[in-house]
Design a protein around this ligand. Sequence first.
Ligand SMILES: Nc1nc2c(ncn2[C@@H]2O[C@H](COP(=O)(O)OP(=O)(O)O)[C@@H](O)[C@H]2O)c(=O)[nH]1
Ligand SMILES: [Mg+2]
Length: 332
Amino acid sequence: MTPPILTRCPWTFRPLADPGAARSEHAGRELPAGWAGSGTLCVAMAGARASGKSLYIAVLVKQLEQLAEAHGRVLAPVDDYTERCYREHYERPLFEEMGLMAPTPRMAAEDAYQREPLIFSLGTWEVDGERRPWHLVVRDVAGEDLEQLPADPGQLSFFRYADEVLFLFDPLKVPQIRSYLSGLVPAQEPGGDPLRVLRNLLTVLDGHRPRLAVALSKFDTLQALERVPDSEWARIMGNHGAAYRRDTGLDHDAADSVLLDREIRSMLLRLDAADLVHTLDERYARAGAPFRHFATSALGASPQGAHLDRRGIAPYRCLDPIRWLLGSRGLF
Ligand SMILES: Nc1nc2c(ncn2[C@@H]2O[C@H](COP(=O)(O)OP(=O)(O)O)[C@@H](O)[C@H]2O)c(=O)[nH]1
Ligand SMILES: [Mg+2]
């Protein structure tokens, strides 16, 4: 069953009591122009430090622009803040300087730009027989804030009201994978503990169960394992019939998404993430909450130190988790 169409507050993700309001009663702020009566899709990123959340957002916005264009539409920032924040913190470091992004500051830090979400207009769409403007709101988070919850976890309560939480799992956290990859791809700083983040996320959600996408991020690193001679992973990654071998690009295929879900779940089990998988089964899937696995790579190849691979950026399946949400509303 599809949940009702809601006009949400982009700062707290809570539904507005009056969808036509000019001000959010939750944040005490004027809503962006054109907000009244619009459909809002709010996405919150989750994951440990260095799991790839910020680079994913940087690439996602570019890919959404392409998707919109392919449908004769425009993805537009709704305010100056979104435009400026995306340009300074995401687009410039990655696409202009061809480097990586600075770690996202903790929410309590003065320069915590992610306290404000990125808000985009998706244009006008007819959904359930009604034409209305639709917006996509994306909130980044510092892995540190999820590894160690802030003194006031209420600041993270937006997760409860999200339309989708996208949790990134970094395969480089798995010691076996790191050891296979040593020498094959440049080493990266190890990030935080994904299981701890998941447990904290469940605490923050406090019984709420927004749609949850769990993505195996930096998937290019696993693809590189095809080159480890005679290894189990070379066989797995060399399986040409598998859904994780192909990127469906701008064409979203619902059956492929279901197939990939099963494949990535079993891959997580092989990645020694049984605790994570079972926690998700028990607390999410068994509760009947919408939940699916994905595989993504923002970069498509490992960076060399602080620089991107010289062949540039080749994203892999980054749109999938968001298409799952957009598709649930018949958008795109
Ligand atoms: N190989 C590979 N490395 C990635 C990818 N995305 C991120 N990384 C690495 O992970 C680091 C952390 O990424 P970032 O997006 O800042 O992580 P965040 O802390 O979760 O926001 C980057 O500096 C890269 O070294 C990817 O798609 N492939
Ligand atoms: Mg970050």
